[in-house]
Structure formats: structure tokens, C-alpha cells
Design a protein around this ligand. Structure first.
Ligand SMILES: Cc1cc2nc3c(=O)[nH]c(=O)nc-3n(C[C@H](O)[C@H](O)[C@H](O)COP(=O)(O)OP(=O)(O)OC[C@H]3O[C@@H](n4cnc5c(N)ncnc54)[C@H](O)[C@@H]3O)c2cc1C
Length: 440
């Protein structure tokens, strides 16, 4: 009998799952559903599109031939119901699909703050290509924008709007940017870059109301500053997994869909992966949410293999992201921050991980020059986290040393003393590990 696999979501987790299913089962019927009217596109690429660095056409990273190569059918349709006992998925257009196994890879959406005026035209979030196109269109006519929120997405919005010639004001509820992931020096480095880009930072400032006229944004009321006129209010206070389908189907959910070590959800024949899934993190010993492209691919791959082949436990890798924040290429890896909430964010943002908000039992060592900064968290035996801003030569070595839990006991004192500089010791340690030798 031909097995039916239905993958809900047309993002990286689903595509990776489809490829993995095909490797296990040459005959299977694979259907991928997406509720956006677009071919597969890069969500991280939206920031570059918004800033005008790439055209829309460059976002389409997996053309339709790839679906044909995999042998998967892509349909534009919204799933509105899941009946796990009947193994049936209900679609908004009235159809239903029966499945042997279904993957929920429906991603996450931006959280909207409960503030007066949030539904006015001109209030924007950045989840989808349609959102990015709307912002580009609004920016053509706008003179001033106010950005609210934290993490990477708020900066992408601020920098994108500024790059399009809109006078941009970025509100921070406290005295620095991304306080539970970056240390103070790193925040200041980002803030200095934003100011160089002409973005005006408002510290210790809260949005109390969005002001409108005839359904459109005309300004904001801020505490303590009072009113300022603007045409756009861009909101990036965090994301929440899309849980409607899972909740209505009675699956176990907390902040995301809870999955077991095989990425199976709590009903027979249902799996979840990517931004929507709450997955066990061996580094922190907790179930966490991530919003990382490569992790969505990893999880999609693991879920697809388990859906179609023999089951193998998935071990989540050390979360990392290499991206641009405040004009600086930045890598964040492992446990680097602290659990105290960042008041600019509800939970995590895009390109972000809950695992980063852990203060490990480790010593922090830093090295700076004019425009770069390296911070490494050194535990008793292992390097547990790192932040690399600007010069990226330490990024790859740290990724390998952290994710492979390389024993650095032999060089720990040299790292901590920082006498030779951090990078040379990291590079030497990495080279020794790559040679397969012990780190001496
Ligand atoms: C602006 C932006 C910047 C980002 N920057 C980074 C970065 O720097 N680094 C990084 O690693 N990650 C970044 N990310 C996050 C990254 O894109 C996500 O982690 C990744 O896309 C998650 O993949 P996914 O497959 O789980 O879900 P998604 O890619 O979100 O895909 C979900 C899919 O499900 C579909 N869907 C939802 N509900 C339904 C339904 N009911 N029926 C049918 N289809 C449905 C959606 O249309 C979509 O196709 C960024 C994301 C955004 C938006």
C-alpha cells in the first residue's frame, strides 16, 4: 500500500522532512501544504529584501523543480482542523486529506502587543513576504517610523526602514539592547552602529498608545516623552508558535507543540518540527523554543526519517545564528545570556533561541578591538557559549568546539588568563581537535 504523508507548512522543516521521507520510501505520496500564495522563500532573507540589498526574486531559494525532484506535491491551502483518531486533515476550502502520518511544521507568528491602536493601518510586523512587501510600499510614502521590540527582528525593521530613507526611531524600554543575550559592551556596540545609520534611540521609553486618524497611524504616545507624529509603527516584541491546529486536536502543547525524542507529538501519526515545536535541549536539560532556520531543517530531517523509517532519537544541536545586527556580522552560540526577561521581548524573536538565555556555570573572557568583539564562556571542561561580533574568524572554531563538546581542560588557564589573546588559543585548540589529537 502506498503510504500518505502530509506535511503542513511550506517552510524549511517541511522541505527537509519531504527529502528524508523520500530517502526512506520511494513510493510514498508526499503532499506539502502552505497557506501563503508563494513558492518556497527564505524568511531570513526578508531583512535583506527590506533593506533593498536583494530583489524579491532572490528570496526564492527552492524552485518548484525541487519539489518535482523530491516527488512531492505542493498545494496552496490552509489546514483548519486535525482529527488524529481518523488520521484526517481538514482544509479551509472544504476538502479533507487522509494521511498515514502528518507533520505539523506551521512555524510561528509575531505577537502583537495589547495597546490601543494596534489594528490601525500602518502598524506592521515582519513574518512573511507579504509583510515585507507591505512595509516596502508603506516606506515609499512614509516620513517617520517608530520601531518597538527587541532581538534581531526589531533591528532588521529599524535598519530596513532607515535604509529606505524613513526617519526611524527605535524605542527601548530599559537602558540597553537585548539585555538577556548580549552583555553591556555588545549592546553598546550595536547601539553605536544604529546611531551611525541615523536611527534615533529612545532609552527607558514605552509605547502607551498608537494614535490614528481615519483608520491610519498618525503618531504614537510615549511614556515619558509624550506624542510624536509617525506614519509607521513596526512591532517586533516576540513570536509565538502557531498552535491552533494542535490545540484544537487535543495535542499536548505548552509554549509549543511538545514532542518526544523522535519528534512525535502526543497523538498517533502526528509529528512536529521547526519553530512550532518545543524540543528537549540536552545543553540546558529543558524543553525550549528556537526560531532558527538550520534547526528547522535538522528537525524536519529527523522527523521525516522517523515518520517513514526506523525511529532514531533526535539530539538537538547547539543553537547558533550568524546574522547581521547593527551592521555587524554577529554569531551567537550556546549559553551566553541570562534568564532575567528582556523587557523589549515577550519570549524569543526570529533568528533567536531560548537556549541562549542561560547563564552557564562558566567564566566569561572577552577580547575587543575598535569594531570587533569576542566573548567566550569557559566552563570547567568545555566552552559553553560565545558571541562573535565583527571579525568572524573565531566563529567556525567556536561552533566546532562548543557543539562537539571538545575537552579544553588543558588550555583552560591560558584561555582564562587571556595573556596571549583569546583567538590564538581558540585557533590552536581547534586545529588540534581537527587533527583528531588531544588538546594539549
Ligand atoms: C524576518 C525574519 C528573519 C529571520 N532571521 C533569521 C536568522 O537570521 N537566522 C535564522 O536561523 N533564522 C531566522 N529566521 C527564522 C527562520 O526563518 C525560521 O526559524 C524558519 O523559517 C522556521 O521554519 P519552519 O519550517 O519551522 O516554519 P516557517 O518557515 O515559518 O514555515 C511555516 C509554514 O507553515 C505555513 N502555515 C502556517 N499555518 C498553516 C496552516 N494552517 N495551513 C497551511 N500552511 C500553514 C506557512 O505559510 C509557512 O509556509 C527569521 C525569520 C524571519 C521571518
Amino acid at each position: 500500500m502506498t503510504r500518505q504523508f502530509v506535511l503542513v507548512g511550506n517552510g524549511p522543516a517541511s522541505l527537509a522532512a519531504a527529502e528524508a521521507i523520500r530517502l526512506c520510501d520511494a513510493q510514498a505520496e508526499i503532499t506539502i501544504l502552505g497557506d501563503e500564495p508563494h513558492a518556497f522563500y527564505s524568511r531570513p532573507g526578508l531583512a535583506y529584501y527590506l533593506a533593498g540589498h536583494i530583489p524579491q526574486s532572490q528570496l526564492y531559494s527552492r524552485p518548484d523543480e525541487e519539489y518535482r525532484r523530491i516527488g512531492a506535491r505542493r498545494q496552496t491551502a490552509k489546514a483548519v482542523g486535525l482529527q488524529p483518531l481518523e488520521h484526517r486533515l481538514l482544509l479551509q476550502d472544504g476538502r479533507s486529506l487522509s494521511y498515514d502520518t502528518v507533520l505539523l511544521a506551521v512555524g510561528a507568528r509575531a505577537v502583537r502587543p495589547k495597546v490601543t491602536g494596534i489594528d490601525l493601518q500602518g502598524v506592521v510586523t515582519l513574518d512573511t513576504l507579504e509583510d515585507a512587501r507591505r512595509i516596502v510600499a508603506l516606506a515609499r510614502r512614509a516620513r517617520r517610523a517608530v520601531v518597538v521590540g527587541g532581538g534581531i527582528t526589531a533591528l532588521e525593521l529599524a535598519e530596513g526602514l532607515a535604509a529606505r530613507g524613513v526617519e526611524t526611531h527605535y524605542l527601548l524600554r530599559r537602558d540597553r539592547y537585548w539585555a538577556n543575550v548580549l552583555d553591556r559592551d555588545e549592546s553598546e556596540l550595536v547601539e553605536a552602529h544604529l546611531e551611525e545609520e541615523g536611527i534615533r534611540l529612545h532609552y527607558n521609553t514605552q509605547l502607551t498608545e498608537i494614535l490614528g486618524r481615519r483608520g491610519r497611524v498618525v503618531g504614537v504616545d510615549l511614556a515619558p516623552e509624550g506624542k510624536i507624529a509617525c506614519d509607521i509603527v513596526a512591532v517586533a516584541i516576540g513570536i509565538e508558535p502557531r498552535l491552533e491546529l494542535a490545540k484544537a486536536a487535543g495535542l499536548q502543547v505548552r509554549r509549543g507543540i511538545v514532542v518526544d525524542p523522535h519528534l512525535a507529538a502526543s497523538a498517533d501519526g502526528v509529528f512536529a518540527a521547526g519553530d512550532v515545536a518545543e524540543v528537549f535541549d540536552p545543553d540546558t536539560g529543558e524543553y525550549v523554543l528556537d526560531s532558527l532556520w538550520w534547526l528547522a531543517i535538522e528537525q524536519g530531517k529527523a522527523a521525516g526519517s522517523n515518520m517513514a523509517g526506523p525511529r532514531r532519537a533526535y539530539r538537538k544541536g547547539t543553537p547558533f545564528n550568524v546574522t547581521r545586527i547593527g551592521g555587524l556580522t554577529t554569531t551567537v552560540l550556546g549559553c551566553v545570556g541570562q534568564p532575567t526577561p528582556d523587557e523589549d521581548l515577550v519570549g524569543i524573536a526570529r533568528g533567536d533561541s531560548e537556549s541562549w538565555r542561560r547563564q552557564p556555570d562558566a567564566a566569561s573572557v572577552e577580547a575587543d578591538d575598535d569594531s570587533s568583539r569576542l566573548r567566550v564562556l569557559v566552563g570547567r571542561q568545555h566552552i559553553l557559549g560565545g558571541v562573535v561580533m565583527g571579525n568572524q574568524r573565531a566563529s567556525r572554531p567556536l561552533q566546532d568546539l562548543i557543539s562537539n563538546r571538545v575537552d579544553v581542560t588543558a588550555v583552560r588557564d591560558r584561555l582564562l588568563s587571556n595573556r596571549e589573546g583569546l583567538f590564538p588559543v581558540i585557533e590552536e585548540t581547534w586545529a588540534a581537535w581537527k587533527r583528531g589529537g588531544r588538546v594539549l
